[in-house]
Design a protein around this ligand. Structure first.
Ligand code: GLN
Length: 209
């Protein structure tokens, strides 16, 4: 059975484990290198990226995780997880570590400069119906490299303000990230897309180019 880990240093670990279990994979918490070595893929949860960054160093997981990502391990990050996976962060802490698995620059707490949380229905590439997206002190993607596929942007709507048109879901190779938290809404479709990717199935959102 495919084993998908959830980085369990801090954040909404249990919610991700529950949704992954519903996707029919073995979902396990990852806190140490031996646990990381045993998974086929890893989810990086929402939480606080600066804290997770510090704990990755304390638990001596930073370099092993970078090495697994460089080796092609599939990964999915939600919110703080997206920040960690990014190559660069704006409005981060100077000592915040980046995993560099996605060629994106994220702005931390981007929505939080206007409102702390924001909800909207987002069209999402590869899903038939929009995803109800919950943003909590979320980042957005300020810029993305040529190899990054944009899966969702914030649509025009009252209250969107400066968030309108911002990139909030991306995929690059085997790495997926959303600025919002599908693990909190009872909608398993984004996790299922990820699990399909991990299982090596041809996911519906894989388009040519
Ligand atoms: N603001 C948090 C950070 O910087 C992310 C918030 C979240 O994951 N909901 O990591």
């Amino acid at each position: 059975m495919t084993t998908v880990g959830v980085l369990a240093l801090q954040g909404d670990v249990r919610e991700h484990l529950a949704v992954l279990t519903g996707c029919g994979v073995r979902a396990v918490a990852v806190r140490r290198k031996s646990e990381l070595d045993a998974v086929d893929a890893l989810v990086l949860p929402g939480g606080e990226s600066t804290t997770m960054s510090r704990l990755l160093e304390t638990f001596e997981l930073l370099e092993p995780l970078r090495a697994r990502l460089a080796g092609g391990m599939p990964a999915y990050g939600s919110c703080a997880g997206m920040i960690l996976l990014a190559k660069d962060v704006l409005d981060g802490r100077p000592d915040q570590q980046q995993l560099g698995a996605l060629d994106i620059v994220v702005r931390r707490n981007a929505f939080g400069r206007q409102v702390d949380s924001f909800e909207t229905d987002l069209p999402f590439t590869g899903l038939d119906d929009p995803v109800h997206a919950v943003f909590i002190r979320a980042p957005w993607v300020e810029s993305a490299g040529g190899g990054v596929r944009v899966l969702a942007t914030v649509p025009r709507q009252p209250g969107a303000g400066a968030a309108e048109g911002r990139i909030v879901a991306v995929r690059q190779g085997m790495v997926l990230a959303t600025a919002f938290h599908p693990e909190l809404t009872g909608d398993g479709r984004v996790h299922r897309l990820f699990c399909d990717l991990v299982r090596g199935a041809e996911p519906p959102y894989r388009v040519a180019g």
